[in-house]
Design a protein around this ligand. Structure first.
Ligand code: FES
Length: 146
């Protein structure tokens, strides 16, 4: 399988790894079939701007690279825009992913969505993303159509 230089860079030198201890929102998604798990913590300021994001991903190279990329993409964005980042946009920013690995980017986009909704719910606001399949422990992204 051929990965782009950007994928390899984000896999070898992932950005924003870790956990924000006083996070405003937390998202945890996973796939019990392949064992990949992603946790993302976010800080949001008073005007709904994402000021910091950190992730921990236990998973394949594509899952790590897409997690790293989404933290870079979303930093400085309003949550209303960040919640709409698609797996295709993340893959495009990495100059593409091999087709069989496209599903791996779902963990990154879904993790961020869950974290944003967690933040909104904690503040008594309506969630933006709604139901996230990979937040369900029985979800299998490998069964998803790409
Ligand atoms: S192999 Fe399952 S998310 Fe990458």
């Amino acid at each position: 399988m051929i990965y782009t230089e950007k994928v390899m860079d984000h896999f070898n030198n992932p950005r924003n790894v870790g956990v924000i201890e006083d996070a405003d929102g937390v998202g945890e998604v996973g796939n019990p079939t392949c064992g990949d798990i992603m946790k993302i913590t976010i800080k949001v300021d008073d005007d709904d701007t994402l000021t910091d994001l950190k992730f921990q991903t236990l998973g394949c190279g594509a899952a790590i690279a897409t997690s790293s990329m989404i933290t870079e993409l979303a930093k400085g964005m309003k949550i209303q825009d960040a919640v709409r980042i698609s797996k295709q946009e993340v893959a495009d920013e990495l100059d593409g992913l091999p087709a069989p690995k496209m599903h791996c980017s779902v963990l990154a986009t879904d993790g961020l969505k869950v974290a944003i909704d967690d933040y909104l719910k904690k503040h008594g606001r309506e969630p933006l993303a709604g139901e996230i399949k990979s937040a369900d422990p029985n979800f299998d992204p490998h069964a998803e159509e790409d």
